[in-house]
Design a protein around this ligand. Structure first.
Ligand SMILES: Nc1ncnc2c1ncn2[C@@H]1O[C@H](COP(=O)(O)OP(=O)(O)OP(=O)(O)O)[C@@H](O)[C@H]1O
Length: 243
């Protein structure tokens, strides 16, 4: 475990009486960026929530290193109409029961806002932000706790190209500083370009390795539970998408 930021072993989770994850094994080391890829309903968010300790596994274990992981939920999970500024939302992520923010909290929040390029919008109410700006607030909230493990749920969904580039660059820097990153995404091209490892999940781990080694279309077709997909094959072989 010393060289790993998180490890799940034999993780089985059921929700509403239905099996969602089945004996999942996955470890992430400091400096790695692992992309969690799979179809809708594959159990990706469930896996992140289990790592956070928000779900009780039926069997198996979850271990994380020191400190609470940073979590970037999907945008719709945050209450954007709450009357709070960008700075307040980020400071809130460090809030402790019955005490206001101290100097360390303010410094960490300012640093997090700076890293996501939102320092200029610190006083803006969160309800007035665009989708890409909201995504950056969620990342700043996770970074404000300076976590060694960062879990992100679809951070690239619904953001424009400059925000995608900012986030890609930021994640690479964080990994370079030794953070361990696990993120779900539906953007296969982006995942192949930015992740050091990909984990193909469909209730269980179908494949796990560096993008360059996951070129067998059969693995991807199995992960997505489809018989054939020109789009997937084109992505894997680097050819044009079929029209
Ligand atoms: N609270 C719940 N109660 C019962 N079933 C649930 C609950 N939350 C999720 N599920 C089910 O668990 C399965 C996995 O859901 P999950 O959100 O983890 O998938 P996902 O891979 O993140 O999907 P997506 O790509 O659509 O976000 C789905 O079939 C979903 O309907």
């Amino acid at each position: 475990m010393a060289t790993e930021a998180m490890r799940v072993s034999g993780l089985t989770v059921s929700l509403g009486g239905r099996p969602v994850l089945d004996r999942v094994d996955l470890a992430v080391a400091p400096g790695e960026t692992v992309g969690l890829i799979g179809p809708n309903g594959a159990g990706k968010t469930t896996l992140l929530r289990a790592v956070l300790g928000l779900l009780k596994p039926e069997s198996g274990t979850v271990r994380t290193g020191a400190g609470r992981p940073g979590y970037v939920p999907q945008k719709h999970e945050f209450t954007w109409d709450f009357p709070i500024t960008v700075q307040g939302a980020v400071l809130n992520a460090r809030a402790r029961w019955l005490r206001g923010p101290n100097r360390d909290d303010r410094a960490a929040a300012a640093e997090a806002l700076d890293r996501v390029g939102l320092a200029d919008l610190a006083k803006r109410p969160v309800g007035e932000l665009s989708g890409g700006q909201r995504q950056r607030v969620l990342v700043a909230r996770a970074l404000a706790r300076r976590p060694s493990l960062l879990l992100l749920d679809e951070p690239f969904t619904g953001v424009d190209v400059p925000t995608q580039e900012l986030l890609t660059d930021l994640l690479a820097r964080l990994a370079g500083e030794g953070a361990a990153i696990l993120m779900t995404t539906h953007d296969l091209a982006q995942a192949r370009a930015t992740c050091t490892r990909l984990c193909l999940l469909n209730r269980t781990v179908v494949a796990d390795g560096p993008p360059a080694e996951l070129t067998d279309p059969g693995l991807w077709l199995r992960a997505f539970g489809v018989a054939a997909s020109g789009e997937l094959k084109a992505l894997l072989t680097g050819t044009e998408r079929p029209q």
